[in-house]
Design a protein around this ligand. Sequence first.
Ligand code: ADP
Ligand code: MG
Length: 316
Amino acid sequence: YIWERKDIKDDILKDYDFMKELGSGNFSVVYEGVNKNTGKRVAIKHLNLSKINTHTTKFKSQLNREIEILKFIKHENVVQIYDIFYSKDQQLFFILELANGGELYNKIGFNEPLLNENQSRFVFKQILNAVSYLHSEGIAHRDLKPENILFESYGDDYLKIKITDFGLARFIHEGELAKTLCGSPLYVAPEVILSIHQKNKYGNRSSQSPSKDLSSVGYGKSCDAWSLGAILYIVLSGTPPFDDDDDAEMSTPQLFEKIVSGNYKFPEKTWSLISSSAADLVKGLLTVDPEKRLTVEQALHHPWITEINSSYKNDR
Ligand code: ADP
Ligand code: MG
C-alpha cells in the first residue's frame, strides 16, 4: 500500500513550517510553508483522509497511480510536486511548487471581463500548452476551472499561470460528485454529466444533435477541452456560458439540462466587444459531441491563438 512507499515520509513538522492558509477546496486546505533546511517557500496541500472512505482497494490502487502521475508531470505551466508526507492518523500532505499570484477565478469580473482580449489570449495559450502536454502524456485533468488555475505571482503585467489540483483531488471529487453533486458544475462536460446520471435522464434534447447517445461514450481527455471552452468564455465575457443572469437561481438539474443540450448564447452586450475569432474558438470547444469537439491540440492551432502575435503588454 501507499503507506509503505519508500518515497513517502511521515513527519512533516520535522521538515516544514506552516505559514498562512492559501486556499481550500472540498477535501483539502492549502497552506504556504517553508522548508526548514533550505528556506524554500512551498505550498502544502493537506488532505484529511480519515474523513473519506479510503479502505476500498480501488481507492488504494488509484492513490498509488495518482502519486505516480503527480511525480511524473513536469511542465512550466503546471504546479510541480516535490514531496509527499503521510502520517499514521491518515493525514496526507503534498509539498507543491508555490504559485503565489492567486486564482484565475479572481481575475474574472462580475458581468464584465477584467482581462482584455490580448491578456486573455496570453493566459489561455499557456493553459492550452499545459493541457496539451498532459494529454500528450495520456493524462486528463478532468477538473479544470478558474479556481484550479493559479498565477505564479502577483502583478497585473505578470500573467504566468500554473495549473494545480491533480490526481487525488480529482479522484475524490468524482466519487463525491456522483453522490452529492458538490460544488459548482459550471465547467463540467455534457458526457461527464451523462455518465454520472442514469442514462437518458437528460438524453435526446440536444439542439446540437450529437451523432450518438453521449452517455455511452464515457469521458476522457475531451472533457478537458469542454472545460477550457467554458473557461475561455467566462474569462472573455465575465459571465459563465450556462448560467445567465435572467436565471440566477438556476438549479443544478436545470444547469445540467442546459449543458447537455449545448444551450448557450453569445449576448450582444458583451460579445460585440470581443472578436468573432475568439467566439469561434469557444464554439469549437463548447461542442456537445466529444467527437466533433476541438481537441486541445487543435485549439492551439486555432487562428485566435496563432494569428495575432502581439504580447498582451503591447495591447491598447
Ligand atoms: P481541492 O482539490 O480541495 O480543490 P486544490 O488543489 O484546488 O484543492 O487547492 C485549493 C486551493 O488552494 C486552490 O484553489 C488555490 O487557491 C490554493 N492552492 C492550491 N495549490 C496551490 C499552490 N501550489 N500555490 C498556491 N496556492 C495553491
Ligand atoms: Mg480545486
